[in-house]
Design a protein. Structure first.
Length: 201
């Protein structure tokens, strides 16, 4: 019996599956509104290699697919097999970093990244840090302490803050209760654009 045949039925071979990877990579990237340049920056894979992958000129490998799957926040099998389209809900997997748990709310690399965050109280002292970018915080519940440069403030539910992350900053739960908030982070120079209601005459 030849490889790929079982009981008279033709089963797609590995070559057929790999041939479908390129078009799927292009479709996923475009659905997320990401450019090849943004994906290259997020994965460390050159733009030319990504372009050849999508066009079928470069054979997919784990070394290439793993960082792409990580950048898109998708399981690897969704890159090499058709993803389910029956359930449109985003099923974000939590990321635990010490006393902070994050749920990614965006899937595309580059641009603004959104997270839902639950922060448990931390008995340690604030350790402000700096990095490139711009951040926007919105408190859903509890109280959030924000140390920003010379400022030390506490935000309650419904309050928001935005700041350049090149300024030394730290934020965490204020008091003994956890706090829940939304965090939007973007590259340097990219800020939230809020459309205000036009004035009525």
């Amino acid at each position: 019996m030849a490889d790929g045949e079982r009981d008279g039925d033709q089963v797609p071979g590995i070559g057929d599956v790999l041939n479908e990877v390129g078009p799927r990579l292009r479709r996923i990237r475009r659905e997320r509104g990401a450019t090849l340049e943004a994906l290259s920056e997020a994965t460390g894979i050159s733009v030319s290699t990504l372009s050849r992958l999508e066009s079928g000129g470069r054979r997919p490998s784990l070394e290439l697919l793993l960082p792409i799957a990580r950048a898109h926040r998708l399981p690897l099998d969704e890159l090499v097999g058709a993803p389910p389209v029956t359930d449109p809900r985003v099923r974000a997997k939590p990321i635990v970093r010490g006393v902070r748990t994050l749920w990614p709310l965006t899937r595309r690399p580059g641009g603004l990244q959104a997270y839902k965050v639950v922060q448990r109280p931390d008995p340690g002292e604030p350790e402000p840090r700096t990095h490139e970018g711009y951040e926007w915080l919105y408190v859903l519940s509890g109280r959030l302490r924000l140390v920003l440069g010379d400022h030390d403030v506490v935000l309650g539910p419904g309050e928001a803050a935005e700041f350049d992350t090149r300024v030394p900053h730290w934020f965490g739960a204020a008091g003994d209760e956890p706090t829940e908030f939304l965090s939007l982070f973007g590259p340097q120079g990219e800020r939230m654009h809020v459309r205000a209601r036009p004035k009525t005459s």
